[in-house]
Design a protein around this ligand. Structure first.
Ligand SMILES: Nc1ncnc2c1ncn2[C@@H]1O[C@H](COP(=O)(O)OP(=O)(O)O)[C@@H](O)[C@H]1O
Ligand SMILES: [Mg+2]
Length: 363
């Protein structure tokens, strides 16, 4: 049997494996770039829709399985690469594959805390991650990453341009309005000046290549948010809310804002969903109401990415500069699950854009 193994047969068999995020086969996705049979070794080169970090293990296992049954006695080696992203329409941040705004209709719902933990979960999976803290009046990422009072590193290039470098912690790059302005200065900054500061953040920060840039937007749906969502080439947005009705009214405004400027909404995360006292692990107290995030997601046909419980250690982690996702506990697991859902949505969106690009080329 093994004498009859050809590259075509392998391509056909492996082509039937499905990419679970997209519900399409490797054949449909044109993912099999090359197969090499050399003596006892089968090498397979796959190209997947990015980000690929969450999919390689599953697809690798499925390939090894198929090869084990049709080509027993052969060793196999599966290599993964990413389908190139077309960012040619971008004026800025060309090196960043996915730019995701994290938004909330109002402050205090845990947007920044959620952002820091999503960033941590993405980084733990091996993605290159940056966090841009756009909250001028209440920048909190420096605290959440233990980077308070770190000046931003800036150099002047030979042509007189200022280039600034983000700070770094846990392998995550962090830039914040808080590195540029202190609280007293920020309080007097208004409209046009603010636009200038943001241009500085977007145009002068040298992030280097990133898989994800998470943009912690200032809370609300006013002019600042609208300008920012138009100015930055966003892949999509995530909306954070608490479960009660009063927050949901704000979520609806956020949804309307993103839809008005044609930004895809990748999902809704409900934070502070319930509290489980550590000494009563079977109890769930729905302090801020129940199920609101899910309802508003359904009502607007948006993905519900998950519920984040209230957890004292999460607050402590954010206050002390180490997001809880870096610990080994249930709350860290919650963020890893939500992040994996988010990544699925990003991949689906990137796939739909790829199709769009191909169609445009063929016209
Ligand atoms: N699920 C949670 N459990 C415990 N504390 C939380 C949770 N989410 C947020 N917090 C805490 O609540 C406070 C407000 O959160 P923050 O992320 O700063 O809100 P926002 O950015 O929406 O204004 C912070 O001290 C944060 O650590
Ligand atoms: Mg915040």
């Amino acid at each position: 049997m093994s004498d009859l193994i050809t590259e075509d047969i392998l391509k056909q068999e492996l082509g039937g494996i499905s990419d679970p995020d997209l519900g399409l086969t490797l054949y449909d996705l044109d993912a099999i770039k090359k197969i090499k049979i050399d003596n006892n070794l089968i090498e397979v080169f796959l190209e997947l829709i990015q980000p690929i970090q969450w999919s390689v293990q599953k697809i690798n296992d499925a390939c090894v399985n198929v090869l084990g049954s049709i080509a027993p006695g052969y060793e196999s080696e599966i290599s993964f690469s990413e389908k190139p992203v077309n960012n040619s329409d971008r004026q800025i941040l060309k090196n960043v594959k996915n730019i995701i705004a994290v938004a909330s209709g109002k402050g205090g719902v845990g947007k920044s805390a959620v952002t820091s933990n999503l960033a941590g979960a993405l980084s733990l999976m091996g993605a290159k991650v940056g966090v841009l803290d756009g909250d001028v009046y209440g920048p909190s990422q420096p605290t959440m990453f233990g980077l308070e009072k770190q000046p931003i590193n800036a150099v002047e290039s030979p042509d007189g341009k200022i280039i600034a470098y983000p700070n770094e912690k846990y392998d995550i790059k962090v830039a914040s309005m808080g590195f540029i302005l202190d609280r007293d200065e920020a309080a007097i900054v208004r409209g046009p000046m603010l636009a200038g500061y943001f241009s500085m953040l977007f145009e002068q920060i040298e992030w280097g290549p990133l898989d994800f840039l998470l943009f912690d937007l200032p809370p609300g749906t006013g002019d600042i948010q609208l300008t920012l969502t138009q100015k930055i080439p966003l892949t999509g947005a995530v909306i954070v809310t608490t479960p009660q009705e009063i927050s949901l009214a704000d979520v609806r405004r956020s949804i309307a804002m993103f839809r008005r400027v044609n930004v895809d909404i990748l999902g809704i995360i409900e934070n502070m969903s319930y509290f489980t006292p550590p000494d009563m692990p079977d109890k769930k107290y729905h302090i801020f109401g129940q199920g609101g995030g899910k309802t508003v997601a359904k009502e607007n046909e948006i993905n519900f990415l998950g519920e984040v419980p209230l957890d004292i250690r999460m607050r402590e982690g954010n206050d002390s500069g180490k997001p809880i996702v870096f610990e080994n506990n249930a709350q860290a697991g919650v963020f890893k699950n939500i992040t994996s859902q988010l990544v699925t949505e990003v991949r689906r969106l990137n796939y739909s854009k790829l199709e769009l690009v191909e169609t445009q080329i063929s016209i």
